[in-house]
Design a protein around this ligand. Structure first.
Ligand SMILES: [Zn+2]
Length: 576
């Protein structure tokens, strides 16, 4: 048994005081802090927030030697119990980091829990000390003494901890208890904590309906988890989620929620993370069995884990009866357009490369990312659309393949390799033996027009109303700065680069992005004065013909009745 005690009693310091107690099994003690957290494929070096590490055995203070940035070693004088104390700075507000202040505390335990070598598969007991008036929301079994018990280190790290003066709401899905807790960072401290439910009185029923739709999609009578916790951080702006076996942490922006499609997007996020309960958490890539917490692991199957889930998350609110066919087509059309307008899908990465390079590219986006990469979420979702429609030509569908993989591997805790995915797809549609490897390894798009035609839809390009310049600028610290230059576009041809400060257009001062309108509207050749590394220079941009601004997904008015019937079945999602 390893005991982990977290003291959140001084929230304004942002410091979590950690105490770890165990009885060593061997005279050599090795400790490591995870460098990343599962579900977010970036080495975060959580150790940079750890301070004042000390270890004691009885009354004796012992000296640890560092073996790596996140690791320590120590030869113990005896096998008597040890106590380890340290502090962790919790000042980073995201779903995969720690944040503690006077309003709430959120703990991603990968950033806090030292792993004691040899104790990975031992039970870990978690205790919390909270400021008065706070309560904790922890997706682990609560013990009689007020602590929580994880069966092993992996379950501990898979446990997000939310604490604060908020309250939770409960509902059930197929008899399984679910809790919903929202920390509303945008509400005044003395406001009622359930302002989101006040604004959306059907929220809990809608979330439950989405959860039930996920179970139906998986062909399961009940969720995979024995109990489930939703934690929502409602911020002014923000978006994200992190999946866990029995919980999820969501981040959503109030400003986005005010938009017409905002509530639907929140339900899609709920669907996405809830479906991960199966796809990626329990139906898991073999490369993540078991998880290596201190090094990046190449996971080629991330396209399946995230792409299939992203594709399904748009359909699930519809399956739950909470969005219309028009909504689904609107959201799908937006993703198709974003995909088709990303040059990196052709010149940058294949889908497999995108998954394999997650650690160094997707989570580290910069100005040129659209030119040299394509998100495995986005392309994964588009390929999933093509897979679903291809499978439907053979009388099957994507949900059926998910169910097959769950039945054969996921429910038994067996990780899947790429060959398993290929076999599962080909078993339902032999033609995919050729298509799928090409979609994974090549940069050619699936035949999207043909697949969409199957269900009576078509894509239509829409040209921009102004000439093509290939330049995006925004105010950065009070100056108008180039933030994107389209590769091979007129601005790049003219010599502009990201970071240039835009000073004047045809001798007229530029101060804000809207001042560039004459450049966009007039076209032709125009002189633009910039400052680069403090030196002024003037470049000439020759605008090109208007480029495609977006792609619209439209219902084909000439579609045959069979196509309309196929569309109805497709949006029904569940296999016949
Ligand atoms: Zn995801």
């Amino acid at each position: 048994m390893v005991d982990l005690s977290l003291d959140l009693g001084q929230p304004h310091s942002h410091l979590v005081h950690v105490s770890l107690r165990c009885t060593p099994a061997t005279p050599v003690l090795r400790l490591r802090l995870p460098a990343w957290t599962p579900g977010s494929y970036l080495i975060r070096d959580y150790v940079r927030h750890l301070e004042a590490l000390e270890i004691r055995q009885g009354t004796q203070s012992l000296q640890l030697s560092r073996t790596e940035p996140s690791g320590w070693r120590l030869e113990l004088p005896s096998l008597e119990p040890i106590e380890i104390h340290y502090k962790v700075l919790a000042a980073d507000l995201s779903v995969r980091t720690c944040h503690l202040d006077g309003d709430h505390g959120f703990l991603a335990l990968a950033a806090l829990a030292l792993q004691v070598e040899g104790e990975r598969w031992s039970p870990h007991r978690l205790s919390l000390r909270l400021p008065s008036g706070w309560q904790a929301f922890v997706p682990l079994p609560l013990q009689a003494d007020g602590s929580w018990l994880a069966v092993d280190f992996d379950q501990l790290v898979d446990t997000p901890v939310e604490a604060g003066p908020h309250r939770d709401h409960t509902f059930t899905v197929a008899g399984v208890p679910h809790r919903w807790v929202c920390w509303d960072a945008t509400a005044p401290a003395d406001a009622a904590p359930d302002s989101l439910i006040k604004a959306h009185p059907s929220l809990l029923q809608d979330v439950a309906a989405v959860c039930e739709a996920c179970c139906r999609l998986m062909g399961e009578p009940a969720p995979a988890a024995p109990a489930y916790l939703f934690v929502l951080h409602l911020l002014d702006q923000g978006y994200g989620g992190l999946e866990h076996d029995s919980s999820t942490v969501l981040q959503f922006g109030r400003q986005a929620l005010l938009k017409p499609e905002g509530y639907r997007q929140l339900l899609q996020l709920v669907a996405h993370e809830y479906l991960h309960q199966w796809n990626v958490r329990r139906l898991r890539p073999a490369a993540l069995c078991p998880i290596e917490y201190n090094k990046p692991v190449i996971v080629p199957g991330l396209w399946f884990a995230e792409g299939v889930t992203s594709y399904c998350d748009q359909l699930l609110p519809h399956l739950a009866g909470l969005s219309s066919e028009e909504d689904v087509l609107h959201d799908l059309g937006r993703d198709l357009s974003r995909y088709l307008l990303t040059p990196g899908r052709i010149a940058g990465q294949s889908l497999r490369q995108s998954a394999e390079e997650a650690w160094v590219k997707l989570y580290r986006r910069e100005a040129n990312s659209d030119d040299n990469q394509i998100s495995y979420y986005l392309k994964g979702a588009i390929v999933s659309l093509a897979l679903d429609l291809e499978l439907r030509r053979s009388g099957s569908c994507l949900a059926q393949v998910l169910r097959d993989l769950w039945a054969r591997l996921g429910q038994w805790g067996r990780g899947y390799r790429e060959q398993d995915l290929l076999e599962a797809f080909c078993a339902r549609s032999p033609g995919l033996a050729k298509c799928l490897p090409a979609w994974l390894d090549g940069c050619e798009d699936p035949d999207l027009p043909a697949y969409l035609q199957d269900v009576g839809l078509m894509l239509e390009p829409q040209l921009a109303s102004s000439p093509h310049v290939g330049l995006t600028a925004s105010l950065q610290g009070g100056t108008l700065e180039v933030v994107r230059v389209v590769r091979g576009g007129p601005s790049q041809e003219a010599g502009l680069v990201v970071g240039d400060e835009l000073i004047a257009l045809e001798g007229l001062r530029l101060r804000k992005p809207e001042d560039l309108a004459p450049l966009l509207q007039a076209g032709g050749r125009q002189a633009i004065t910039i400052s680069r590394r403090g030196r002024l220079r003037t470049l000439v941009i020759t605008a090109g013909a208007p480029a495609i601004e977006r792609w619209r997904l439209l219902v084909d008015p000439a579609a045959a009745p069979e196509a309309l019937e196929r569309r109805r079945e497709w949006l029904g999602v569940v296999p016949c």
